[in-house]
Each structure stands twice: as C-alpha cells, then as structure tokens.
Design a protein around this ligand. Structure first.
Ligand code: HEC
Ligand code: HEC
Length: 297
C-alpha cells in the first residue's frame, strides 16, 4: 500500500515535470510548427499561382511575361502583384487609393475570393462557383504576400517629385525638348509595357485592355474641361483614377482603373516622362498650365 502510494506520487511528479517542461517549450515549438506550416502553404500557393494566375499576372508576378497554355508569349492583362504599390506598407498605397479599410492580406484574399466584376479577374471561390477552396485561396494569398521581404525592404533613391503642371515638367532641371520619340517608344513598349494594354499607337484596333492611344493627340484636349491633350496624358499616367476613360476595348472602362497606379514611382525622371509623351502625342506638348490631380508619395 505504502509503496504503491510512493510510486504513484513519484509517477505523478514525473508526469508533471515532463508536462511542465513541455509547456515551457511550447511557444517556441508552436512557432517552429507555424513557420513550417507557412512554408508548406507558400509552396502550395506557388503551384496554384503558376497554374492559375501566371497567364494574366506574369510568371514573376510583375505582369511583364505572360504565356498561354501552349507556352507562347501573350500580352499580360492582369495588374502587377509583385509590386511595392500593392504590397508595401500597411496600408499600402494601393489600399489608400481605394480607400480600403482592412489589411493588404484581406485585400488580396478578397479579390481572389470574389474576383472583380466587370473586369477579366475571375471569381475563384468555390462558394461563388469558382474552382478554389478557402484554404487554397489562403495559400495563393500567402504566396503573393511572400514577395514582400524582397520588395519592401530594398531602399532605392527616392521617387522623383513630379510637378503638378506640364509647364513645370517641361522646364524641369536637366530636361531637353522636344523629347526623343524613339526612346519614348522603347519606354512605352518594353520598359513600362503600355503596349500590353493600349496596343500599338500606329495600329488602330490593337489595344486589348485600355483605350487605343493612337488618336490621343486629336481627342485628348476635349476629355477633361480645361485640359490640353498633354495635361490629360500626364495626369492619366500619374493618377489613372483621377479621370476614368469612357470606352475600353472590352466595353465601358471599370472603376477603379485597371491601369497600374504606380508609374509615378516607376518612371524615375522627367525626361523619360517627356519622351514617353512625345512618342504618344508628337513634338508639340502644348499645355493650358492646369494643375493635374496627383498626390505625391
Ligand atoms: C495593365 C493595363 C495597363 C497598362 C500597363 C497601362 N494602362 Fe493606361 N489605361 C489602362 C486602362 C484599363 C485605362 C482606362 C481606365 C482609365 O481611364 O484609367 C487606361 C487609361 C489610360 C489613358 C487614358 C486614355 C483615354 O482614352 O482616356 C492614358 C492616356 C493611358 N492609360 C496611358 C498609359 C501609358 C502611357 C502607359 C504606360 C506608361 C499605360 N497607360 C499603361 C490600362 C493600362
Ligand atoms: C484572365 C486573367 C486573370 C487571371 C487568370 C487572374 N487574374 Fe487577377 N486580375 C486580372 C485583372 C484584369 C485584374 C485587374 C482588375 C481591375 O481592373 O480592377 C486583376 C486583379 C487582381 C488583383 C488585385 C490587384 C490590385 O492591385 O487591385 C489580385 C490580388 C489578383 N488579381 C490576383 C490573382 C490571383 C492570385 C490569380 C490566380 C488565382 C489571378 N489573379 C488570376 C486578371 C486575371
């Protein structure tokens, strides 16, 4: 009897010690498990991304290199996702521009879940008739968020402080006018891939996502009151949501704009802006001197 009690007590104490020890180590263990879990989720998300998203958003997420099922290069019609504008900061500038009140994670999850009505962004949630379960949407979301460390910590030179009028832009330090249309074409076509949405300005009907810009010199001065074509173009590039064009190739243009809102930080200097504008409008960048609607970052 006595012996049994002793054994019982010792066993009890040993159990307590083991559990106590385990309990003490628990937070560290949970963290390791969570990290491993997150790693696995990101891997699964990567696979889902390659198979479902890359055709429109690009294999690297920057909406620059897209391929169809046969592996042929096609125009990217999705917005860049590996993008400071969308991912960096809480809230990021994308969320601020949309007046979105929740987190970047919620914004991305919600967009994938529901898609975006009136655009080519499909609905993915099985609950809404799409092909993905909630945990799969979470995995792709985590995959997209995983671009953050690489994207959001590197400090480049600060973005150029764009003046609010074309008059000041033309007079900015280091600028030569008229702009260089050949360099502008290169920027339009390759560096900023305007072509993938707006097509070739020399070829009517070539635009796929945004309006064709080949006739912008002729019509750009009668779109917004008090704006010349150059003013309108300058504003459109820096602040796509300031005025939404009426007609897109697939129907009425949606709000918010399907045009990336980050050219203000991606275009690095005033000469590039002028070269780009010269390519689209020609040498005559006449302005009314109006202040465009643009908030500097
Ligand atoms: C991912 C697609 C996409 C890219 C890339 C893109 N745009 Fe756009 N753009 C749009 C869409 C969609 C609209 C229409 C909605 C709006 O007015 O913002 C638009 C509108 C415009 C307008 C107004 C057109 C009009 O008829 O009123 C101009 C000008 C413009 N973009 C210039 C550019 C330039 C220059 C570039 C490259 C630096 C560029 N865009 C890159 C999608 C894009
Ligand atoms: C058929 C083309 C297409 C496919 C496939 C597609 N998207 Fe999109 N996606 C778009 C377009 C177009 C937009 C921009 C919609 C708009 O104009 O607001 C967009 C927008 C988004 C946005 C919001 C970006 C922002 O800045 O507001 C996210 C996030 C996104 N897509 C994620 C995904 C993910 C993840 C997948 C794969 C599961 C996916 N997309 C598949 C076309 C596509």
């Amino acid at each position: 009897m006595q012996v049994k009690i002793v054994i019982g007590t010792v066993a009890f104490m040993m159990t307590m010690m083991l559990f106590g020890y385990a309990a003490l180590r628990e937070p560290a263990r949970l963290e390791r498990f969570a990290a491993a879990d997150l790693g696995r989720n990101i891997e699964k998300g990567a696979e889902l991304y390659v198979n479902n998203c890359a055709t429109c958003h690009g294999a690297a997420g920057d909406a620059l290199d897209c391929f169809n099922a046969a592996g042929e290069p096609i125009a990217c019609i999705g917005l860049p996702l590996k993008d400071e504008y969308l991912l960096c900061g809480e809230p990021s500038n994308r969320l601020i521009d949309q007046d979105y009140k929740f987190t970047v994670r919620d914004y991305i999850y919600g967009t994938i879940y529901a898609g975006r009505i009136g655009t080519q962004m499909p609905t993915w949630s099985a609950e809404l008739g799409g092909p993905m379960e909630g945990y799969e949407i979470e995995n792709v979301t985590q995959f997209v968020l995983n671009w953050r460390p690489e994207l959001c910590t590197t400090e480049g030179p600060p973005p150029y402080e764009w003046p609010l009028t074309v008059t000041e832009l033309l007079a900015a330090e280091g600028v030569t006018t008229p702009g260089d249309a050949t360099r502008g074409a290169e920027l339009y076509d390759r560096t900023y891939a305007c072509t993938s949405c707006h097509g070739n300005p020399a070829q009517a009907g070539s635009a796929r996502v945004g309006p064709w810009l080949g006739d912008l010199a002729a019509r750009g001065g009668s779109i917004v009151d008090g704006y010349a074509a150059a003013d309108y173009l300058y504003e459109s590039v820096l602040a796509p949501n300031a005025h939404i064009a009426a007609e897109c190739p697939t129907g009425p243009c949606g709000m918010p704009s399907g045009m990336p809102g980050n050219f203000g930080t991606r275009i690095r200097d005033p000469q590039s802006m002028i070269d780009l504008m010269t390519f689209i409008l020609g040498n005559n960048l006449e302005t009314t001197g109006v202040e465009i609607e643009y908030t500097r970052r």
